[in-house]
Ligand binder design. Structure first.
Ligand code: IPM
Ligand code: MN
Length: 390
């Protein structure tokens, strides 16, 4: 994209709490846009349960081409609505975009931003800092299978996992390459090859082959049952993890719990060099929609991943730093023990972004003026950096 040309971001706010958290993420993106003069424009697209119930349309004809050709990135709120019992629209839209745009990397960082949020005993910030590379276009998610004699006593249900050499190799290579580019030391591949002898044997072979291209990195393996245990018992040993679609889905929820819950878990669905999609890991929490209690931080952190993907690393880091500062100051929604509304947290993050000293951001180096619990929220996030200005 040539300099000066506007980059359009497609915003799919989705269902339930999706629109509420998306509004705050876009608010923060707009603050970043202003501060760093980013050439971004946000286009809201209506595809959601409401839209489906009104029109019968999920992902309209030509949507994939339009998104790929006209948009620099896609930002998604959350999908899932009890009025659509099979959530067909959610599958069509979310999985449709992951598969249709071939977004083969589901990048899910898990980082403890505030030690008080970790449900494990005696764990500090450095103990939980892992990145999960979840394969995003294959495995159990391809929808290959069917029923025989459905609804009878003789019913047969079959659903296959599909793994291709190309698909497995590229996600494993993406994990190693990212690890090298980010000075990580170890890549752990997780499968269940002791039982899934055919499908996961392909993962074993691809992993060994790709690991040879990265002699500077340690290549480790854990069966997925062991991985879940190790994530709880000794998370510090885990660095970059690469795994299949279904296992990645499961272990990233566990990872989210380790960092303080789904309210903080961000993700990116990537195809390097192509239009990619950014969304929080959490769902649409329809029971709580409209109450202003959803935590927008996961969505805001996903927006930071979007900026990073578009090459605005400084703005991305500043957003993360602003979230950390808000957490440390207890400026949070009730899920994290605070008493602020979704909107209020978004306001504070956007305001904090305007104030943060971005001269040399190091998330570990930020001090926050604590607000006594229960006091009225201040008009801005008060952030000072050690040795730096306000
Ligand atoms: C996720 C979600 C989705 C998934 C659902 C909504 C289809 O749980 O992004 O983790 O299973 O991938
Ligand atoms: Mn999930």
């Amino acid at each position: 994209m040539s300099k000066g040309q506007t980059q359009h971001v497609a915003v799919l706010a989705g269902d339930g709490i999706g629109p509420e958290v998306t509004a705050e993420a876009i608010k923060v993106l707009r603050a970043a846009k202003e501060r760093w003069r980013l050439p971004l424009a946000f286009d809201f697209l209506p595809w959601s349960a409401d839209h489906y119930l009104e029109t019968g349309e999920t992902l309209p004809e030509g949507a994939l081409e339009r998104l790929r050709d006209e948009y620099a990135a896609i930002f998604v709120g959350a999908y899932g609505d009890p009025r659509v019992p099979d959530n067909r629209h959610a599958a069509d839209i979310l999985l449709g975009l992951r598969f249709g745009l071939d977004l083969y990397i589901n990048f899910r960082p898990i980082k403890l931003f505030d030690a008080r949020l970790c449900p494990l005993r005696d764990r500090g910030l450095g103990d939980i800092d892992m990145v999960i590379f979840r394969e995003n276009t294959e495995g159990a998610y391809v929808g290959s299978g069917g029923h025989l004699k459905k609804g009878t006593a003789d019913e047969v249900a079959i659903q296959e996992e599909i793994h291709t050499r190309k698909g497995v190799e590229r996600i494993i290579r993406a994990a190693f390459q990212w690890a090298r580019d980010h000075d990580r030391r170890r890549v752990t591949m997780s499968d269940k090859s002791n039982v899934m002898r055919f499908a996961h044997d392909l993962w074993q072979r691809c992993f060994r082959e790709v690991a040879e291209e990265y002699p500077d990195l340690e290549a480790a393996h854990m069966y997925v049952d062991n991985l879940t245990m190790q994530m709880v018992l000794d998370p510090g040993q885990l660095d970059v993890i690469v795994t299949n679609n279904m296992f990645g889905d499961i272990v990233t929820d566990l990872g989210a719990a380790l960092q303080g819950g789904l309210g903080l878990a961000a993700s990116a669905n990537l195809h390097p060099g192509q239009t990619s999609l950014f969304e929080s890991v959490h769902g649409s929490w329809p029971q709580m929609a409209g109450q202003g209690i959803a935590n927008p931080m996961a969505s805001v952190l996903s927006a930071a991943l979007l900026l990073d993907n578009l090459g605005y690393g400084e703005a991305a880091k500043a957003i993360e730093a602003t979230v950390v500062a808000a957490l440390q100051a207890d400026q949070t929604t009730p899920d994290l023990g605070g008493n602020l509304s979704t909107e209020r947290v978004g306001d504070l993050l956007a305001a904090g972004l305007g104030n943060i000293d971005v001269g040399n951001i190091d998330v570990g180096d930020i001090e926050v003026e604590r607000q006594p619990a229960g006091t009225a929220a201040p008009s801005k996030v008060a952030i000072t950096q050690r040795g730096g200005g306000v």
